[in-house]
Design a protein around this ligand. Sequence first.
Ligand SMILES: C[S@@+](CC[C@H](N)C(=O)[O-])C[C@H]1O[C@@H](n2cnc3c(N)ncnc32)[C@H](O)[C@@H]1O
Length: 249
Amino acid sequence: MKTTITFAILSSVLVASLAQAEDAKKSKDDDNPRYTRRAIHDRNGIGKFYLGREIAHVMGYQGIPWLERPEREKEEGLKKMVESFKLKPGMVVADIGAGSGVITLRMAKQVGAKGKIIAVDVQQQMLDALNRKLKRQEIKNVELVKGTQKSPKLKPNSVDLIIMVDVYHEFEFPYEMTIEMAKSLKPGGRICFVEYRMEDPAVPIKLVHKMSEKQVKKEALQKEFHLKFKETVDVLPWQHMVFFERKKF
Ligand SMILES: C[S@@+](CC[C@H](N)C(=O)[O-])C[C@H]1O[C@@H](n2cnc3c(N)ncnc32)[C@H](O)[C@@H]1O
């Protein structure tokens, strides 16, 4: 029953973002040969494929109640997730696709006043929702950045850790985003893909919103990103956390 409700909510959220995805389909600057289009595809995807994977619709800001649902703690093990990032005071962490800030807010305290969280999103409504919480809770160490579909607009060599929680699979331009994210990492800095496990049919999430560990590695380990695999942390009920590190030259 609960699973059916989860599916129903996710479906309505995805339908709400359909117009946005249709715009993405028409984009003229989509001439990177790494991407292909297929007329027959999953109705939850945008019909654009990257290294064999169909890209999912972007979750619209109408999905905020789903991101903030109380049962998310249990379903996604948020406390364990944040512990697994191994945050330390003073760290600079970029939360790409931060949404309404569920994960950003949990991380802000842990990096302390000398550290900061850079919360990046392409939807102004998401950043506005997060900003209201920052003001209410008087949190000062979070910077908000409006990214684009191709760039998170981060400074080169400036970030200790990048996290993407339930986000990467919906990047319209994953190749361009990864090039830019990797450049923004300090040498030895880490990037973490938190993705619903494709390997586990019991995870009640639509297929285009899931990724296997193998697929994450296939996409992240292209030589131009200069990333190396560090570890996969498998302690969450629905997602795996796949960490890579920027190579030190
Ligand atoms: C499913 S929500 C996850 C939000 C948040 N990470 C969380 O777990 O609560 C995905 C978010 O990624 C954002 N997003 C999608 N593509 C993006 C991109 N290229 N750059 C930055 N944010 C992006 C969407 O706008 C949306 O807010």
